[in-house]
Design a protein around this ligand. Structure first.
Ligand SMILES: Cc1ncc(COP(=O)(O)O)c(C=O)c1O
Length: 366
């Protein structure tokens, strides 16, 4: 059909991890465990649920379009002005707004291969030229990304820590990279998993730097356990934020989402509990994989990626886990068809994963 541009015709859409409801449509009699989308299996703060109940009757009215309360609270917490803060429908919503706001003419987008697929789909859908640098042993190769910068480069996207590898680049790598980035290039620094990386002393927390050409993106979807509410936030120079505010949809995020996020910021106990549980469970998953000779990538996030000697073995394991009610993610769409990503769940969920994995692993590798 002539109506559809070529870059949309050839676009590979985002394929999300299977939801429990989607799973139940196929396997009616199994109650699945979902370890496919890096959500927080502990749920969310009870303060968020209480607050949502309180505001549920206000939803005949539009949300506050300036997002004043949430932006203001985030600004106070980070000792910024509200003019440095944006909120949106998930951090992906903000990524999409960044592209609509800043790209024009011959602009080009650069990032890494095998990184966050959500960004890749947005970049491909934008119709602008893209260039993807190879990774180095499942790590971002910032040198290779910097080598690609040319006069048309407008946006560089970096996920730190990265999804789906779970790896991070350190301060030294980031400092050397920034020396090579001209001010006219906008860096999207996606820190969706930043809370899980706080124990690393060489992690370059972008809020401790502040460059005028960096937009930091964070989210309530991961450690805060509010993925279904779709709230992300970003910090940047006030001129960048002012222009983003012109382009963003006026009423995102929804009223209940803004309220849930506000309440989440008041519950540091829930945050700590989630980070601690993730750390303990991650170590126990490492022990399990070590014991059974399964290769994995060390992770600074709430998921672990394992890799196998060939794609078929991986596909067999993922399919067999699925048939037994364990939803994990085979990383074909990320260009890593020999890899499987497992979100770190609760102790109970992880034990179920381990038990089921053992049943399918031997059969799949012989
Ligand atoms: C690196 C990365 N960035 C962004 C997102 C999306 O976050 P949000 O739910 O805020 O759109 C994800 C979700 O998986 C992610 O892994």
């Amino acid at each position: 059909m002539g109506l559809v541009p070529d870059h949309i015709k050839s676009l590979k859409p985002y394929v999300a991890g299977k939801s429990k409801k989607e799973f139940k449509r196929k396997f009616k009699h199994i109650d699945p465990i979902k370890l496919a989308s890096n959500e927080n299996s502990l749920g969310c703060s009870p303060k968020s649920t209480q607050r949502v109940r309180k505001y549920i009757d206000n939803c005949n009215r539009y949300p506050d379009s300036s997002g004043y309360e949430l932006r203001n609270k985030l600004a106070e917490m980070h000792e910024l002005s509200i003019d440095n803060v944006i909120i949106g429908s998930g951090s992906e919503g903000i990524m999409s707004n960044i592209m609509r706001t800043f790209l024009h003419g011959n602009d080009k987008i650069i990032s890494s291969m095998n990184s966050f697929i959500g960004f890749r789909v947005l970049a491909d859908a934008s119709g602008y030229r893209t260039s993807w640098a190879p990774m180095d042993n499942y790590h971002y190769n910032l040198k290779a990304i910097a080598d690609k910068i040319d006069e048309d480069t407008k946006i560089i996207y970096l996920a730190n820590p990265d999804n789906p590898t779970g790896t991070y680049f350190n301060k030294k790598e980031f400092d050397s990279f920034m020396e090579r980035v001209p001010n006219r290039v906008l860096i999207i620094l996606d820190e969706a998993y930043y809370e899980y990386a706080l124990d690393l002393n060489d992690y370059p927390d972008s809020m401790l730097y502040r460059y005028d050409n960096i937009i930091t993106l964070r989210t309530f979807s991961k450690v805060y356990g509010l993925a279904g509410f779709r709230v992300g936030y970003g910090f940047a120079h006030k001129d960048l934020i002012a222009n983003l505010m012109k382009v963003k949809l006026p009423f995102e995020p929804a009223t209940l989402s803004q309220e849930a996020a506000l309440a989440a910021l008041d519950d540091s106990d829930f945050l700590e509990k989630s980070i601690l549980s993730n750390r303990q469970e991650r170590d126990s998953m490492y022990d399990f994989f070590n014991e059974h000779g399964v290769d994995y990538i060390k992770s600074s996030t709430n998921f672990i990626t394992t890799y196998f000697s060939d794609d078929t073995i991986n596909h067999n394991i993922c399919n067999k886990l699925l048939e037994r009610g364990i939803i994990v993610r085979s990383l074909d769409a990320f260009g890593l068809p020999h890899c499987m990503r497992i979100t770190i769940g609760t102790e109970l969920e992880n034990n179920k994963f381990k038990e089921t994995f053992l049943k399918v692993y031997e059969g799949a590798t012989v």
